[in-house]
Design a protein around this ligand. Structure first.
Ligand code: HEM
Length: 418
């Protein structure tokens, strides 16, 4: 299904929500998708990955110096309070080309009623409102609806200003954020003569925000919870980072390949909690699937008529004991050796696979490495949960909700300086 795009295309109606800001690559199929992907793909370059790395390191240094300071123990009420702002700042700078600091602009710049950071946050969190309500209804609705509408308009104005600034700049700065790369692609005549329409330009930039920020924020949140629950795994991970990085040297992009354990922690987290739990496809021709009974091994052929929705359920695939040893165990090291790549699809795969995988992996490895090398992560002890068993604690911290992607409901953790 993953390998055959023509026989199992995307049911584009399942992506209506993501078209709210304009056409984009995830919500299209066929020639339109090919056209957009060809223009969008070069933005996800090695240079962009390097920018993601450098900016992630910069953001964490800002957190360590200016937020956490010299505290020996940092209490984080809910791990999402840490991972959501980090990923927002990363997509702000490496996606949209705007550097925002952790505590910055509480005051909106002249001509705006909201800061860029607040507009970005507000829009990405309540995107569903744009689909459910027309603008006029949002304008007449509750304060939350009106704030959401204002955030949309603010974000559009910020983007328009950025387009204008870049177009009118006499000397173009060399910039490798996704937005600048898309703008350049839109201005220059590409070899194919292809360009993105303005709607597709804005639609894709919004898509990067939606696709690229929540997924990574939620994955990192689960990674810290799993590391806090599994201290022995965290210790193995820490020892590995120490063996790769000389003492007190901050990790650079060149270290990425040596930090394979950090990527293994991210992968094991994605195996457990793939943010996209269903990957929708539709079958265009009559076909059959051969299924094997997990208990008897008996094979059965199931007819699948054209037009059938065939979703891939990633959590089921990632926990299938046929492909994974002890699937219920948290064991990052399983990703250090060879593993069944067809049974690991958090980013989907093939032509319609995630175009931002390198972006997400770069950011994830940088965040996990930077934090775990400095801090030991533990579950916060709370009097009301004293006496709970490990299983109860695990269930409590991993209890999840679902917005566009799954996320932990409430997970208080502490970060102790090593
Ligand atoms: C842990 C992080 C991420 C995960 C788990 C993830 C997962 C996925 C999955 C499963 C798909 C296929 C969806 C489908 O077929 O319905 C996808 C597509 C996509 N992702 Fe990601 N993603 C992540 C990060 C990112 C980032 C950081 C960006 C951009 C900055 C991004 C941009 C996209 C785009 C544009 C597509 C559509 C590709 C196409 O249809 O050709 N993703 N992602």
């Amino acid at each position: 299904m993953i390998g055959s795009r023509a026989r199992f295309p995307k049911p584009t109606e399942a992506y209506e929500l993501l078209k709210a800001f304009g056409t984009n690559i995830i919500a299209t199929e066929g020639d339109e998708w090919k056209h957009q992907r060809k223009i969008v793909a070069p933005a996800f370059s090695e240079r962009n990955n390097r920018l993601v790395w450098d900016e992630t390191v910069h953001i964490l240094e800002d957190v360590f110096q200016n937020e956490w300071g010299d505290k020996e123990v940092v209490d984080v009420k809910h791990i999402m309070d840490l991972t959501v702002p980090i990923t927002l700042l990363v997509i702000g700078v490496a996606g949209f080309g705007r550097r925002i600091s952790w505590n910055e602009d509480k005051i909106a710049p002249p001509g705006h009623s909201m800061t860029f950071k607040d507009a970005l946050y507000e829009v990405s969190h309540r995107l569903w409102m744009k689909v459910v309500f027309p603008d006029w209804m949002l304008g007449l609705g509750t304060p939350t609806m009106r704030k959401f509408l204002r955030a949309n308009r603010e974000l559009e104005r910020y983007l328009a200003e950025m387009v204008e600034a870049r177009r009118s700049a006499e000397v173009k700065e060399e910039r490798y954020d996704l937005f600048s790369s898309l703008l350049d692609a839109n201005e220059e005549e590409l070899d194919s003569g292809a360009k993105l329409s303005n709607s597709a330009l804005i639609g894709n930039v919004f898509l990067f925000l939606v696709a690229g920020y929540e997924t990574t924020a939620h994955t990192l949140a689960y990674a810290f919870i799993l590391l806090a629950l599994h201290q022995e795994e965290q210790e193995a991970f820490y020892q590995n980072i120490k063996s790769v990085l000389p003492a007190d040297r901050k990790p650079t992009y060149e270290d990425f390949n040596s930090l394979s354990y950090s990527l293994a922690v991210m992968n094991e987290t994605l195996r457990w909690f793939p943010p996209v739990v269903f990957i929708p496809k539709v079958n265009v021709e009559d076909t059959t699937f051969t299924l094997t009974s997990p208990t008897t091994g008996e094979k059965r052929t199931v007819p699948v008529p054209a037009g059938t929705y065939c979703s891939i359920c990633t959590p089921a695939l990632h926990h299938n004991p046929r492909y994974w040893d002890a699937p219920e165990a948290f064991r990052p090291a399983r990703f250090l050796g060879s593993y069944n790549r067809d049974a690991f699809l958090p980013f989907s795969a093939g032509a319609r696979g995630c175009i931002g995988r390198g972006f997400a992996e770069t950011e994830g490895v940088a965040v996990l490495t930077m934090i775990v090398v400095r801090y030991r992560v533990e579950v916060k002890e709370e009097a009301r949960f004293a006496g709970e068993t490990f299983e109860q604690r695990r269930a409590r911290l991993l209890k999840s909700q679902h917005s566009l992607t799954v996320y932990p409901e409430r997970a208080p953790l502490v970060f102790k300086r090593r």
